[in-house]
Write a protein that binds this ligand. Structure first.
Ligand code: ADP
Ligand code: MG
Length: 430
């Protein structure tokens, strides 16, 4: 049976998802809303307002869609899955993603902290403060030691966390979050948490609404714009998989102390959660702590995780939506995969779009160029975002994959193209 599919999103993550879905023998018509130039080569991009649920419904019925996959967090937090669950005529459609309540695991830092503490999931100690508790929050800073980790409670597009080295910066941040509402509602509450010193990695888990779960290949991303992990945070400048420092003992700890309790917590709370749990981890002396949950796959991690996770992706997404992950056949392939992101000059601050992109011919089967912010205009390929392209490669080792990613990237260009030359720099690579 062929499936007609609607994928929501427009980044590199969604191009990687499109690439995987299109490989399935049972792929019928595949639509991406809104998609990018990369997805348009494999699927049909559609212009539809994804906040207009009624329009989505009409589209799905007209095109006999049987599977909807939601890439980014905002539509999830905004209740797209709740809508599909509530409409009688849409009950036959498999939907991948949690409902808005479960999405609070990403949409509210305090909600996530309460969940972790309820299910004894290791995480940094914390206190939360509301807008009318500014004085208490400032006084709390005087009681604790630097560095101070201050987080806006709500979604702030990756800009809502400040790590302050001195009390002055910490207090200034609290004032701009709570009093000046720097992120509007999202910063009308803050979480102040203990600073954990360690090394970060990400663990992705597929859940299907039962006790079943599949842990996908682990990955590490590089968030800062500058080499040596310096400068402001971005959406992500590169990623690698696997994580070279993860040994068997650590994998076991992650599964036992974090994954299992997270899945159990999701079930006990009765959340409607059929999708991906992205667990951001800090490894402190070989012990994993949860930094945060995201309720969807990561970008750019998907561009290294999905290439290494081999299965029929339509079966995979349908199994997630129907509680059948235990029946899915899957294997990890390739020793390593890496991705290096090319961004627009000026990103993550202001940058220009519309630059002509050339040189994307792929050298061999070990490489894939995923599009992040691109579009076509009269057959010309143009940049259309801060993050523009993701150069993914397979290799026998992280280093050999990285060499291929950089070689492929060196063939491409657009005006102002910027990238980090040191993805994977902090890890021992063979
Ligand atoms: N308790 C902590 N100790 C040390 N570093 C932290 C802590 N919490 C967050 N960070 C750092 O800040 C980054 C952003 O925090 P995170 O909770 O992931 O927020 P978001 O991704 O929503 O911006 C993390 O990737 C990590 O580098
Ligand atoms: Mg994060």
């Amino acid at each position: 049976m062929k499936h007609n599919i609607l994928l929501i999103g427009s980044g590199g993550r969604e191009h990687a998802m499109t690439w995987r879905i299109a490989q399935s023998e049972s792929c019928g018509s595949l639509f991406v809303a809104p998609g990018n130039a990369g997805t348009s080569a494999l699927a049909t991009n559609i212009e539809i307002d994804i906040n207009n649920h009624q329009a989505l419904k009409e589209f799905c019925l007209t095109h006999t869609i049987s599977l909807v996959v939601v890439g980014p967090e905002q539509p999830l937090v905004d209740g797209i899955v709740d809508y599909f669950k509530s409409e009688n005529e849409l009950q036959h459609i498999a939907v991948v993603g949690p409902d808005s309540k479960a999405s609070q695991l990403e949409g509210s830092k305090e909600f996530a902290k309460e969940f972790m503490s309820k299910y004894s999931i290791p995480t940094a100690a914390y206190q939360s403060f509301e807008a009318d508790q500014l004085e208490e929050a400032l006084a709390y800073i005087d009681q604790i030691q630097a560095p101070y980790v201050i987080k806006a409670d709500g979604l702030a597009a990756g800009k809502g966390v400040v790590i302050a080295d001195d009390t002055e910066t910490a207090k200034g941040t609290l004032i701009s979050f709570l009093k000046d509402k720097q992120f509007g509602e999202a910063s009308s509450k803050v979480v102040i948490e203990e600073f954990l010193k360690g090394i970060e990695m990400s663990c992705f888990v597929a859940v299907d609404g039962t006790e079943n779960y599949i842990i996908l290949p682990r990955a590490k991303d590089y968030k800062r714009i500058g080499e040596g992990d310096t400068g402001p945070n971005t959406g992500g400048m590169g990623a690698i998989s696997p994580v070279p420092f993860e040994n068997e003992a650590l994998s076991k700890k992650i599964e036992e102390t974090i994954v299992k309790s997270t899945v159990k917590g999701i079930l006990s709370e009765g959340y409607h959660y059929r999708g991906f749990v992205f667990i951001g981890l800090m490894i402190v002396e070989q012990n994993p702590f949860v930094i945060e949950y995201n309720v969807r796959m990561g970008d750019p991690e998907t561009q290294v995780v999905f290439p290494r996770f081999e299965t029929d992706y339509i079966d995979f997404f349908n199994a997630i939506a129907s509680g059948k992950l235990n029946e899915l056949k899957h294997v990890e392939i390739h020793e390593a995969a890496t991705t290096v992101i090319a961004v627009s000059k000026g990103y993550p601050q202001s940058y220009e779009k519309g630059k002509t992109i050339v040189g994307l011919a792929v050298i061999d089967d070990d490489r894939i160029v995923f599009h992040a912010g691109t579009k076509t205009d009269n057959e010309k390929l143009l940049s259309n975002g801060g993050r523009v392209l993701a150069f993914t490669s397979y290799g026998q080792s992280i280093q050999s994959a990285l060499d291929k990613s950089y070689e492929q990237l060196s063939k491409a260009s657009f005006e102002g193209m910027t990238f980090r030359k040191d993805i994977g720099f902090d890890l021992e690579t063979e």
